[in-house]
Design a protein around this ligand. Structure first.
Ligand SMILES: [Zn+2]
Length: 258
């Protein structure tokens, strides 16, 4: 036991002496921490800054760490938009491997007040008309550039059959059939995903998909769908060289993914 304490004391002492924490990263500033590279998402680390540590301990910067919230956009909480309480909750096992992107259809919103009004409308519709426990999506994003908390990071959503318990569902408020979301909204979606990775909720090697990849729907709209297909994490569901179909049975798609 004494021996273990001695080792621990030695480690603590040595961490203090590393240059990692005082190194100013050109993009992330002085956010470095000496951790195992396997826990540093996006391989966002620099070698040779954790001089006293074993070889697999490297200087990881905040955009890539699995702890901390330094990379998260501001999120309007449920209390912040006046959400009703959920009628039931199911915890989700994390980290999840998928992010599923949606649009809400209907009008967009470009101010916080108008987005909050829409949030309440979605929640009322999902709970009162659909009979769901809560608003369906994990998060929504407005063209005001804000992220609005739906079910949040830790609960199973109701947004994509077969994927609710293994994905974070993000919906941009508006109809993106012929226009794509504005830059503020697109940036907010990207920042939210990075935030989820930094919290250890979304796997760093996650797969990004549009709702239409996984069910018979036009969601998230032709133009937004074309946009997300250009993002690095997007992967087609078609792994065996056939033509994409909107009518592939859900169970078949799930089996392909496992
Ligand atoms: Zn959808």
């Amino acid at each position: 036991m004494l021996f273990l304490f001695a080792i621990a004391a030695l480690l603590v002492t040595s961490i203090v002496g590393d240059s990692c924490e005082s190194y100013s990263h050109p993009q992330y500033g002085k956010t470095g921490k000496c951790i195992q590279t396997s826990k540093c998402s996006n391989s966002n680390y620099i070698s040779n800054l954790c001089e006293s540590q074993p070889a697999d301990i490297k200087c990881c910067f905040s955009a890539g760490t699995t702890t901390g919230t330094g990379n998260c956009p501001s999120i309007i909480s449920r209390a912040g938009w006046g959400a009703r309480a959920a009628t039931s909750k199911t915890n989700m096992a994390t980290p999840v491997s998928y992010v599923v992107v949606h649009h809400t259809t209907g009008g967009t919103c470009t101010t916080k007040d108008s987005c909050i009004s829409k949030m309440k409308g979605f929640q009322n519709y999902h709970m009162d008309s659909n009979g769901w426990a809560d608003i369906g999506y994990n998060f929504l994003v407005g063209e005001d550039g804000n992220v609005y908390e739906g079910r949040g990071w830790s609960l199973v959503g109701a947004h994509c059959i077969g994927y609710n318990s293994k994905s974070i569902g993000i919906s941009v408020i508006g109809d993106y059939t012929s226009l794509k979301p504005n830059t503020a909204a697109l940036n907010a979606v990207k920042a939210l995903i990075q935030c989820g990775i930094s919290k250890g909720i979304i796997q760093s090697n996650y797969i990004l998909r549009g709702h239409r990849d996984l069910d018979s729907t036009s969601c998230p709209g032709n133009t937004f769908y074309a946009e997300i297909k250009t993002w690095p994490a997007y992967r087609s569901v078609q792994r065996i060289g056939s033509t994409p179909s909107f009518n592939t049975p859900e169970d078949y798609l799930v089996m392909q993914d496992m």
